[in-house]
Design a protein around this ligand. Structure first.
Ligand code: 3PY
Ligand code: ZN
Length: 629
């Protein structure tokens, strides 16, 4: 082990050591920590090999094609929007952006694309491998959307990795492009309302760890719910990109609740509230091409800040929607590399580049390199096939059900879990019906989850709308639905449907003020103390995570105690374990690589335990695992 420590030391490997090398590095004799880290990883690999990922059952380890790395570029990343922003600050940067003739692209491959295609499961290691390549090869972007939304809790909950580490990785690897995140206003990156000081602290930590641009939205388009977040982003001197969430259809004269005036008025309010940029957040992909032209034109007339349009493919019309927006003067549009595009995700950045051929606003980009990036993502996407249920062809039913791209695959998954896998068509219809019962609300996380929960509840119990009105007083509605009608996410535009609200609340009184206003501030020092008692880390980032997701954070901590930092494992090993005779290399930190070989495992003994046999850096090791099946 001493020898391995010497051989693996970066100074030794680089040849930059001197005669005092061994005296200067007493840690070379410290064998325990690495051995301990190794043992934990072996425990994880053994468990996943025998029991499958998250206990889903062991699977044959598939044969994957080799990763297709984009070519190595021997240049420094060209100066980009990050440098411009650092030079100008948020207000002048926003003005600069408005003055650019070209349309800018935001690359959502790293956040919304995989959130919408395969339940947010893209692991940091698969991003870290090419983030630096993107910085060098695809520099002329507005931003990389790489954090926030569902990535925060999924990272802890399902990937057992630290989302803050991911953000720091992006900042290190991408010095030239703005890093953007999605923030659910008073819901931060969660599904409920948080105390104001929790929201503020989260924004401070996100800014300190590398976020430049915050897309702030509220799931009911309530500006009241966004003031605190906007204010804090501005206090951090970062870009407040504030969103109006788009629902319905401004072209439909029969559906007037969310008409063009509604959006124009909201945009004016957002500008007044301090937005540096206004985002049109079309989370379900409902904005039709002509509507896109009308809306962007109207907003460009109504406000002076740049307009950033976000949509999802779904219907198959989104490239056309963007094209019309570009004609109307939109400043930035959201796209993903082809391999992570379409379906419920964003449209393809590669396609959009070509769609703008001959257009005076086409951005200058290295399309060959974008193809290489896309090949890379195409080559790692099969790792995620367990959760990748993307639809292969356009589906225009989205105009009826209006389900957000990020919810579609998730709800389908949830439906299966509660035994409603074969009722998907009914579920889509019911989703629409529930929305109408709720008064036609904005549907985006977390309000979309409330509609989804009510939908599953009604389909599962074979309840009709009439049943709800007739026997609602004896029904136990899902918790999220009750809280929604209590006003815990705020009040929808034009209020709650009173009759339904009375039925659901069974006499309880809703709150009528901003939810954050009635939540007492969190005592962070008390939390720090609690974490320390638990033996967890007590950085401000850990405190923030614990405030948002106490249970998820605690589970993550316990997981790390048992299995160590599994983010270092390659993705096939992480999801499928190892094959007999397979050997992998695991880099646990720069210059420190473990060599792990799996030689096989025993039949279960009478207690159902198996012994998995490894070679760990050449030494035989055996790990006992309980076979859960
Ligand atoms: C999120 O809040 O995670 C979303 O992507 C909403 O569209
Ligand atoms: Zn989206």
């Amino acid at each position: 082990h001493f020898l391995i420590n010497v051989l693996e030391h970066p100074e030794f490997q680089s040849g930059s050591y001197n005669v005092n090398f061994i005296e200067e590095h007493p840690e070379l004799f410290e064998l325990k920590p690495d051995r301990d880290r190794g043992t934990k990883l072996l425990r994880y690999i053994a468990d996943v090999t025998i029991n499958g990922y998250s206990g889903a059952g062991a699977q044959e380890v598939p044969d994957f094609e080799p990763i297709q790395m984009p070519s190595t570029l021997d240049v420094s990343p060209a100066s980009g929007t990050k440098q411009k922003f650092d030079e100008l600050g948020p207000d002048k940067f926003s003005k600069w952006l408005s003055e650019q003739k070209q349309v800018f692209f935001t690359d959502t491959t790293w956040r919304d694309a995989h959130q919408s295609l395969f339940a947010t499961r893209l692991r940091t290691i698969d991003m870290a491998r090419v983030a630096g390549h993107a910085a060098k090869g695809v520099p002329n972007l507005f931003s990389l959307e790489c954090w926030g939304g569902a990535t925060f809790d999924v990272s802890y909950r399902f990937l057992h990795e630290d989302p803050w580490e991911r953000l720091r990785m992006f900042r290190r690897e991408v010095p030239n492009t703005l890093l953007q995140m999605l923030l659910r206003g008073a819901n931060a990156v969660g599904y409920t309302s948080y105390p104001d000081n929790v929201v503020r602290q989260f924004i401070q930590r996100a800014a300190a760890n590398g976020i430049d641009a915050f897309r702030v939205f509220d799931s009911l388009n309530s500006l009241d719910n966004m003031h605190v977040a906007i204010d804090e982003v501005r206090a951090q001197n970062k870009i407040a990109e504030v969103a109006l969430c788009y629902t319905g259809d401004i072209l439909d004269g029969a559906r007037t609740k969310y008409n063009l005036d509604y959006y124009v008025n909201m945009a004016k309010d957002l500008e007044k509230a301090g937005a540096n940029i206004i985002a049109i957040k079309d989370m379900a992909g409902l904005l039709k091409p002509q509507a896109s032209y009308n809306l962007v034109s109207a907003l460009k007339d109504a406000v002076s800040v740049p307009i950033h349009l976000h949509t999802h493919e779904g219907s198959g019309n989104s490239i056309y929607t963007y094209g019309r927006a570009v004609d109307a003067g939109v400043d930035v549009i959201d796209l993903a590399y082809s391999a992570f595009a379409n379906g419920t995700s964003q449209p393809s950045m590669n396609s959009m580049y070509y769609a703008l051929s001959g257009h005076e606003r086409q951005p200058e980009m290295n399309i060959e390199y974008m193809e290489e990036m896309s090949h890379y993502f195409g080559s790692i996407r099969p790792y995620y096939k367990g959760v990748d249920k993307a639809e292969a062809y356009p589906n225009t039913e989205v105009y009826q059900h209006e389900m957000p791209g990020g919810q579609y695959s998730n709800l389908q998954q949830q439906a299966k879990m509660v035994g409603l896998g074969d009722r998907w068509t009914d579920i889509k219809k019911m989703y629409h019906q529930v929305n109408m019962m709720f008064g036609d609300i904005i549907k985006v996380t977390p309000s979309s989850k409330v509609v989804g929960d009510m939908t599953l509840y009604m389909v599962q119990n074979n309840l009709t709308e009439k049943d709800i009105y007739e026997k609602g007083d004896v029904l136990d509605f899902p918790q999220s639905v009750v809280e929604f009608f209590e006003g815990r996410l705020g009040t929808p535009y034009q209020g709650f449907p009173e009759k339904l609200q009375k039925i659901i609340l069974k006499g309880a009184r809703p709150i009528t003020v901003r939810p954050g206003a009635v939540l007492p501030p969190t005592d962070f020092e008390h939390i720090r103390h609690e974490l320390s008692e638990m033996g967890a880390q007590t950085t401000d980032e850990d405190i923030s995570a614990y405030c948002l997701y106490p249970k998820v954070y605690q589970d993550y901590n316990k997981f790390v105690k048992d299995f160590g930092d599994v983010s270092v494992l390659d993705t096939p090993t992480f999801f499928f374990g190892m094959k007999r005779g397979e050997e992998i290399q695991v880099t646990i930190e720069k210059g420190k690589t473990l060599i792990i070989k799996m030689n096989g495992f025993s039949e279960p003994d009478e207690d159902g335990n198996r012994i998995v046999l490894f070679e760990f850096n050449g030494q035989p090791r055996s790990i006992k695992v309980h076979d859960k099946h």
